[in-house]
Write a protein that binds this ligand. Structure first.
Ligand SMILES: [Zn+2]
Length: 277
């Protein structure tokens, strides 16, 4: 099947307000979390990206110790403390360190400003230790972001596949899970997650390939697709291009760029007693 590109010619592109659900400050220029956050917000202002979700500090750590988890979450807390109207954050957790991760969730989500969990590659999400952390997220109405990939060269030992995420999501039907990177191999991932309604797919962090957003909307519905860039590891413009270049209607585009993420974060934000939008 051929995908018809939408009509876009340079300055004619009408930018919609966007929320970026996937950012890391590490690669963004700046010496401190505050400087990096300021740079990111400036980049966003050029492309009408109004809000960003941050998670993990730097340098990237696959299997962080309790002290490193705390240090990285502190970097993010420091960054967002100056920009509560522009920045959200998810708490980085390591299921190999269940007790330390529980403490971080209580500190950063229950008692702090964070609104979700970030699970990366320490263990696959079918590991029983993950459930303990997800159960705590459920109590706090926080979303759960799981990095997923299907690498042709083989995944890391602790790297989850979209199918792993389906197994976890089945056990927690009231929690919203974000399938990070659409599994990389989105053609397979979309089929695997489509019948699990509490999984949304996100667009971040692989090359912009024609047909992805259209296929995601066709299989999952526009309200289960959210925009994320993986900036500073990826450029905002190339990642936004996936959504602006997709042959979907304007309502779907607005939902993907902003409205879906706003809806998903609303319960956790309201729990904190403020309503910033
Ligand atoms: Zn990322």
């Amino acid at each position: 099947m051929r995908w018809a590109p939408t009509e876009m010619h340079g300055d004619d592109v009408k930018l919609e307000p966007a929320w970026d659900g996937h950012c890391h400050l590490g690669p963004v220029p700046g010496r401190t979390p505050e400087e990096k956050a300021t740079t990111l917000i400036e980049y966003g202002s050029r492309l009408r990206v109004e809000r960003f979700v941050l998670f993990m500090g730097w340098p990237f750590a696959y299997d962080p110790s309790p002290a490193e988890l705390r240090r990285q979450n502190d970097q993010v807390l420091q960054a967002i403390s100056h920009w509560q109207d522009r920045l959200f954050a998810y708490c980085y957790v390591n299921p190999k360190q269940v007790e330390a991760s529980r403490k971080e969730i209580l500190r950063c989500v229950r008692d702090g400003p964070m609104v979700g969990l970030k699970l990366w590659v320490a263990v696959r999400c079918t590991d029983p230790r993950v459930r303990e952390l997800v159960a705590l997220a459920a109590e706090l109405q926080a979303v759960v972001f799981q990095h997923t990939w299907l690498k042709s060269t083989g995944n890391l030992p602790g790297e989850s596949t979209p199918e792993d995420l389906v197994r976890l999501a089945r056990e927690f039907p009231r929690v919203t899970f974000i399938c990070g990177h659409a599994g990389g191999n989105w053609k397979r991932a979309l089929y695997e997650i489509k019948d699990q309604p509490n999984i949304v797919v996100e667009t971040a962090g692989f090359d912009p390939t024609a047909g992805f957003v259209e296929r995601a909307v066709a299989l999952l519905g526009a309200n289960r697709v959210i925009f994320g860039s993986d900036t500073g590891g990826r450029s905002l413009a190339s990642q936004l291009g996936k959504v602006y270049g997709a042959a979907v209607d304007d309502g779907a585009r607005r939902a993907i760029l902003r409205d879906n993420l706003r809806r998903l974060l609303e319960p956790a934000v309201q729990r904190k007693g403020f309503h910033p939008w």
